[in-house]
Each structure stands twice: as C-alpha cells, then as structure tokens.
Design a protein around this ligand. Sequence first.
Ligand code: SF4
Length: 406
Amino acid sequence: MTRRVIPIVSGSQPVAPTARSPASGLSALPPLSLYVHVPWCIRKCPYCDFNSHQAPEQLPEKAYLEALRTDLEQALPNIWGRQVHTIFIGGGTPSLLSEGAIDQMLGLFRAHLNLWPDAEITLEANPSATEASRLQSYAQSGVNRISLGIQSLNNEHLTALGRVHDAQQAREAIESAMNAVARVNLDLMYGLPGQTVMQCEQDLRALVAFGCEHLSIYQLTLEPQTVFAKYPPVLPDEIQIEQMEQVIEQTVAAAGWQRYEVSAYAKAGARCRHNMNYWTFGDYLGIGPGAHSKLSFPDRIIRQARTRNPLQWMQACGQMDGSHISEQRQLSPEELPFEFFLNALRLKEGVELDLLNRHTGLTLSDVLEPFDRAQSRGLLDVGHDRVKATALGWRHLNELQAIFLD
Ligand code: SF4
C-alpha cells in the first residue's frame, strides 16, 4: 500500500452541493476503481501503521462477507451505472481468507457491479498465508494479479521487521504466485535495521532474478503510533540510504524495469492499473473497515472513510443507516490543485495537462500562480501538453507538492 495524504473532516451525512462546491463542473466522470479492505494479519508488524489487526483464532469470514455486501449495496447509488475498471483486495492480509470467501466476494462484485470484462483484479498476499493451492483457487475465482509482501530475503532482517515468514517461505510464495497468475508484484523494503548497502543489493538481485513484471520498493520509515516509533531501531544513515537508492535505480533499470512512480517499477505494459488510477486522480470506492473513497459527481467531488474498527464496522453495516461511514466531506475548489498534484507529480512522466480539467473541473488559469513559482525554482516542467516534476522536483517532491497547498 502506498502512503497518501487524505484530508478528511468528520460528518456522516450525505453531502449536498453548496455554492462553493463545484470547480467548473466535470464534463465526464473519471474511471472508477474498487478497493476492498481486509483488516486482519497473523500479527501486527512493529513498523505498520495500516488499519490491520491481529486475527482472532477463527476469522469471522461469514460476518465480514455479509458486512461487505451491505457496505457495497449502500454505496451503489453513488456509482450507479458506472463501469469498474480495477479491483484491489488489500489489507491487512487478504490471503488469510479462505478460497471460498474470495470466490464469494468476487461473485458479489460481479452480481452488483458493472465490471469491465478485462478488469485488473489484484489480491495482496503474505508469504506466511499463501499455500500454492490457495493462490491457484483465487486465480480460478478471477484474481489475475497478486501482490506479495516479501520485504526482504534476509532472515535476520525479516526477524527485525517482525515478519512471520522466512526467506524460504518468501521464495516458495513467489514461485506459487507466478504459477497461479501472469501478473505478480513483489514488495521490497530497504533501509532496514542493521542493513548494509551490499545486503540491500543482494535482496534486490535475488528478487529481480524471479523475473516478475512489477516491483514496489519502499524505504522503511518510522511512522507515529507504531512500535518502532516508540522503540526506534538503529537504521542506516543518510549516506547509506542514498547509496542504496543508487544501487536500486541501477540494478532495476539494468534488469529491464522502468521506474514510473516514486516507489513503483514495471516492465513494459505492466504498470499497476489500479494505482495508476489513484495517481491520475481517478475515482475509487473503498469498502471494508477504514477504507477511503474518492467519488466524483458532475457538480462535486467527495471523500469518505469507513469506520476503522472491524467489529464496529460490521455492526454499523448491518444497521443499514450509513453509520459505517465515519467521515465524509466535499472537496472545495481551493483544495483541488493540491489534491490533484499530490498524486500526479508522483508519476515520473507526470500527466497530460488536460487531465487537470477532466478530473477536477479546474482550468490552467486556476494553477498558473503555483506553476510559475514551481517553475522559477526549477521544480516543475510544464510542456505544451504535459506537466511533470523536473529531476530536481523529483528529489524534492514534498517541497514541490506543498507549493500547490498555498
Ligand atoms: S503484514 Fe502488512 S498489513 Fe499486516 S501488520 Fe504487517 S505490514 Fe501491516
């Protein structure tokens, strides 16, 4: 999962348009994706700030699926008639769910949604919960892309990260995933406690050798409210991190992957369509505990969040009164430039300029001032039809994105 900034304020009632709400209106709605949150893991990793909870001995699959059904049914009026291009089942550890549960879940989506025939359907899996037969069954149910949380192939580092799998299980899971589906992403982390540059390179070379189509490579950061924030491990220093990043850039490029986003590397034609929709400010309906949505209407754009606690979310869904939505707000035109560029500038090639109008209703004149400021500092490259971060802007992405906050 990628880290994003989603400004949301409280308010659970449906939002009516206000005089300030629309930018200049949307002539067509952006592509729509579905995100499904599965909130359980075998145990909580000490660096993790996602909405994940240690799984009970017996997963409440039946109650979870029933709540997912009512969550989706209550959301349908917001997406009526729209085609869903991608589905991402994330977590948590979705591969803790049984084959039957994933089959039922995908059946539910097919029955209720206008699903694109060639929809990308990704499932996140962890090596500790990915028996080969289970991944094959998921694929038979319609999953066509698997994203595996490998993180490292070094047992000492896996232990330091609190992961419940070892390197051998990780290797077996990669083999199983690649046998089950053609499209596999591997998550790798660097800057791990006690990690040397050479160990980072060894991890990377070992993963690259599997030849899957996509890699997501993240630096370990200490997030607030995590065990690591309270008891920080000793991490590599800035110089080592810089060297690791150089090694990653060179090794991955030499092996045929292209870096197309801050953390994402893909072979030709293998970019993650679901994440591309986030980064190009497309729409997404998020269902499940703590899931976030961004939904457009001809005259407004809203953000929503579901209740985070799994049990409370399940109970609230059953009441069928909208109380499973803990936060909802309408984006004001003033917020849209930051919201749009926060995402779009993560893409190395940037985006077409006219996407700004198509997905926000803003026009170029609405962003001329931040464009000028970012260009004068050498951070932004504005061409006749595209806008993207310069090499300097890419290195100082937070600074560049913040220009659109003012
Ligand atoms: S497996 Fe992933 S989601 Fe679960 S606790 Fe660890 S980092 Fe968080």
